[in-house]
Design a protein around this ligand. Structure first.
Ligand code: ATP
Ligand code: MG
Length: 338
């Protein structure tokens, strides 16, 4: 094995499900002879993450993201496979391990519901044996970056979702862990709160070199924070690499918007790019849209043909957003012939 901070090899986790039979008779049969099935939620997942990297771990609902993170944090034991984080096996050396990591599961808080936020922090300080000077320094950072000062004395149950999430992040980092596992830390937050959380994560990544695995359904989180992404689908890794390579792999769809000086029939416009793989859409007045793929034709070539044929007032080219790129990957997997 290499010396990467996080090493995951052949990680697999099965869940046992009990399937209910229908009707009263079915219910009786279930009592005597329960029908069991095994669901492989995580299937032979391997990856390595070096110190200081922030990696997006993404996939559709039920893909196995949370199950993976639960094994990485030591909450769940795998069916098979190996994990080491900083040389420790999460589920074997749990107490020692929790001192080195922080975790946020956005779906539920780790804080004590009825305690004031600051009391939760004080408890965590005791549990993790954080020295007073370190505690003070961390709290200053959280005041500055997460702006939690106003509600420190409120019980957690009275906080808004955005406030609670910021407190959960602070709680996860209180003991200065080197590794942070984040399962949907921006779920349900408004645009401003999301931006605050992202800004904070950027800061701790760049300043403290915290190694972070981030799961999210908001691909803007990934675009803004992670250079590397791992895509998981039905428990298996389908892509592991640079976000930019992901675009290339799917093809680089470009959407072109053209404003013309005068009204021109769609057919006339389409003629200007005859012979080039450009798909024109129906026009809205003098504004026209087209799509092409950079792997098939260069943007410059499309524009040259266009300006040779019509009077262009303005034009704009936009790359396909990463959400769509990922959606295309899922679609390609569902329709392998396409
Ligand atoms: N405790 C459990 N018992 C049985 N099956 C489970 C359990 N937890 C998860 N699963 C199943 O395992 C699969 C993976 O679930 P997991 O929560 O890891 O997905 P996820 O990628 O986090 O999805 P989401 O985006 O919805 O959070 C799903 O099919 C889910 O129904
Ligand atoms: Mg999940």
């Amino acid at each position: 094995m290499s010396d990467s901070l996080i090493q995951v090899r052949g990680l697999t986790r099965d869940y046992r499900l009990t399937k209910k039979r229908e009707g009263v008779t079915g219910g009786l049969v279930d009592l005597v002879r329960p029908r069991r099935e095994i669901l492989r939620a995580v299937n032979d997942v391997s990856f390595e993450i070096p110190t200081g990297e922030m990696v997006g771990y993404i996939g559709a609902n039920g893909a196995g993201k949370s199950t993976t993170l639960k094994m990485l944090t030591g909450i769940l034991t795998p069916t098979s496979g190996e994990v080491t984080v900083g040389g420790l096996v999460p589920w074997e050396q749990r107490l020692q391990y929790t001192r080195h990591i922080g975790a946020v599961f956005g779906q539920r808080t780790q804080l004590w519901w009825d305690l004031a936020v600051v009391e939760s922090f004080r408890l965590l300080q005791k549990i993790y044996e954080v020295e007073e000077s370190v505690y003070k320094r961390q709290m200053e950072t959280f005041h500055e970056l997460l702006d939690i000062g106003d509600f420190l004395h409120q019980p957690v149950r009275k906080l808004s979702l955005g406030q609670r999430m910021r407190c959960d992040l602070a709680a996860a980092l209180l003991h200065g862990p080197r590794v942070l596992f984040l399962d949907e830390p921006t779920i349900g937050l408004d645009v401003v709160a999301k931006e605050n959380v992202r800004e904070f994560l950027r800061e701790i990544r760049d300043r403290d070199k915290v190694t972070i695995i981030l799961t999210t359904h908001d691909l803007a989180d990934i675009e803004q924070l992670c250079k590397r992404v791992i895509i998981i689908d039905k428990g298996q890794v389908h892509f592991d690499g640079d976000l930019e390579d992901l675009r290339v792999r799917v093809g680089q769809k470009v959407r072109l918007t053209v404003d013309l000086r005068e009204s021109v029939a769609s057919e006339v416009l389409a003629e200007t790019t005859t012979g080039l793989p450009v798909r024109w859409e129906t026009a809205e007045g003098n504004r026209h849209h087209a799509e092409f793929n950079r792997s098939e034709v260069a943007g410059g070539e499309v524009i040259k043909s266009l300006v040779n044929g019509v009077h262009v007032k303005d034009l704009h080219m936009a790359e396909q957003p990463i959400e769509e790129v990922v959606r295309d990957i899922y679609r390609q997997q569902k329709e392998p012939s396409a």
